[in-house]
Design a protein around this ligand. Structure first.
Ligand code: AHR
Length: 563
């Protein structure tokens, strides 16, 4: 918490240099998963039991959401290439990006920040392009002085209308984050009016029409500030509760209720949750009816194993890591489950009916600078196979808590931390994280069912002592007799021979899709775009129990048709 506050204040000054073991190959071979049926009583060392009659709730498609900020190369280069560019584009937006996001059924995108949101005046980004002002980007002090000028000085070439065009092209919903730190509440009112007032009804609806959309955008999701405990105003929770009420009271709705998302805690800042909820309850418990979400942010950054809380020194490297750090990232990242449960419990003390749900709208590993594919792209890092497992593990956790988590987005979609895509000029690639979102999209809207997984722990040497991580983890969901089971095997070298058994149905047939590589550090680049990509293995056998081999260091999706 202090480290992240410091980050936002001091803006990434001087990362420490730590030395790491050179990239290593896995000891064992990793073939595609083999599958065969076997009678109960097999010699499998692991077991996954899917309890089809124990539903946990419907998985909100929006937990497969995304996040875009005016930071580094995310918008300019990543998303926006310009209408006159030779790079294939749709109204100035990178076509490859749109195409890929359609494939993964991207449901919602948060914009324009992040910390940037609390410095942004939406009015700067609408109206005639040649009249839009040029402003100083929020991140100027953190970004390098040698990074491209349009990263440090905001041209406002991409604004609300361009974002709405992007959403329309992708087929996703917009989620706008409003400025609470540096603009008055009136500005949020007017932004809602600009986006949602009926055609021809207001001066702002006319401005919108002159920018190409007479029809309202009908933006439902609105974030009220971002990280209001830090870059979003440095408020106390009590102060923020007052601001939240002031900014949201009597916002125009135009007959379509808004889903308002309050700025929640950083990681395990239980106090922030408790004090905000307490302050709202003290004022008026019925206010919980008008809060849709409570935004938790959790970055996995500290790989120091308790040695430091220093924001710079605690970080590991995106590409150069040893086996210990392979496991540490997963161990640290897995904490998000206890954060979901812990904050949920506190929320329940004040909002026993859980009218307010959790929104995890910034998550992912955060490594030290240095791996960026495009020099000068602030916060860009290159996701590896490790980050694919991390992302799969996180999505499985969200799937297992459909009653609690209603929306989520990793930070950030392209050219940033845990990105699905990397792009520069005419070059583009899908990262291993992007492939995980592709594999997991089939969970969207499914009914999550309880899954009991038992597998030998993955043991590893942690500071010369044996440490253990879970052996397999995953989630399952069902839609129209199609069962989706996703499983992560974190072990760097051991195959898990696993019985998958269903309670309440049997498997007719199925396929397995596996994402793995013999190199733990494998990643995709502009020149090697398919080092890590999913492989589909057809023809799983039928039956009530099947036995499969789950590859080491892998993410596997079983798509099973049931009888
Ligand atoms: O994702 C990068 C930054 O991390 C966001 O702008 C901010 O909300 C968080 O601190």
């Amino acid at each position: 918490m202090i480290g992240r506050r410091k980050f936002v204040r001091d803006a990434m000054a001087g990362a420490a240099t730590l030395s790491f073991a050179p990239p290593m190959k896995l000891a064992g071979s990793i073939g595609l998963m083999l599958a065969g049926s076997r009678a109960v009583g097999s010699t499998a060392d692991s077991r996954i039991e899917v309890l089809l009659d124990e539903e946990l709730g419907t998985i909100s498609p929006n937990i497969y959401g995304h996040f875009l900020e005016h930071i580094g190369g995310v918008i300019y280069d990543g998303v926006w290439v310009g209408e006159n560019s030779t790079i294939p584009n749709i109204a100035g937006i990178r076509k490859d990006l749109i195409d890929e996001m359609r494939k993964i059924k991207a449901p919602i995108v948060r914009y324009p920040g992040g910390c940037f949101a609390d410095s942004y005046n939406w009015r700067d980004g609408v109206g005639p392009v040649d009249q839009r002002p040029k402003r100083t980007n929020f991140w100027i002090e953190a970004d390098s002085t040698t990074s491209p000028a349009n990263h440090r000085f905001e041209s406002n070439r991409f604004g609300t209308d361009e974002f709405m065009r992007f959403c329309k092209a992708v087929g996703c919903q917009p989620y706008l984050a409003a400025n609470v730190r540096s603009l008055p509440a009136e500005s949020l009112d007017r932004w809602v009016e600009y986006c949602n007032s009926p055609a021809g009804s207001t001066t702002l609806s006319d401005v919108r029409a002159s920018s190409g959309s007479s029809e309202p955008y009908d933006v439902q999701y609105w974030g009220v500030g971002n990280e209001s405990w830090g870059c979003g105003g440095n408020f106390t929770a009590q102060e923020y509760a007052v601001e939240f009420r002031r900014y949201t009271n009597w916002l125009p709705q135009y007959g379509k209720p808004l889903s308002l998302i309050a700025s929640g805690p950083n990681s395990d800042n239980w106090q922030w949750t408790r004090e905000f909820f307490e302050a709202i309850a003290q004022k008026d418990k019925s206010l919980f009816d008008s809060i849709f979400g409570w935004a938790l942010h959790y970055y996995t950054w500290n790989l120091s194993r308790g040695r430091t809380e220093d924001w710079d020194k605690g970080k590991g490297d995106a590409l150069q890591f040893d086996v210990q750090d392979w496991y540490e990232v997963l161990r640290e990242g897995g904490r998000v489950e206890s954060l979901i449960e812990g904050h949920w419990q506190i929320m329940e003390e004040f909002d026993p009916d859980h009218k307010v749900k959790l929104v995890v709208d910034e998550w992912g590993p955060w490594y030290r600078p240095g791996s960026e594919l495009t020099r000068g792209n602030f916060l860009e890092q290159v996701p590896t196979l490790r980050d694919a497992l991390f992302s799969a593990m996180t999505l499985d956790i969200f799937n297992r808590h459909p009653d609690k988590v209603t929306l989520a987005s990793p930070a950030q979609l392209i050219n940033c931390l845990n990105s699905l895509y990397l792009a520069h000029e005419d070059k583009f690639c899908v990262t291993p994280v992007g492939h995980v979102f592709g594999m997991y999209s089939a969970h969207q809207g499914g009914r999550a069912v309880r899954t009991i997984i038992s597998a030998p722990n993955a043991n590893y040497s942690r500071d010369n002592k044996t440490a253990s991580l879970w052996g397999l983890a995953g989630s399952a969901s069902i839609q129209n007799k199609e069962l989706m089971l996703t499983v992560v095997n974190p072990h760097v070298s051991e195959v898990r021979e696993t019985d998958i058994s269903l309670r309440g149905a049997a498997i007719r047939s199925g396929t397995a899709t596996v994402l793995t590589n013999s190199d733990l550090h494998a990643h995709n680049t502009f020149d090697h775009r398919n080092e890590v990509s999913p492989q589909v293995k057809n023809e799983l056998p039928g039956g009530k129990t099947i036995t499969v081999e789950i590859s080491p260091a892998s993410v596997t999706k079983f798509a099973l048709s049931l009888i």
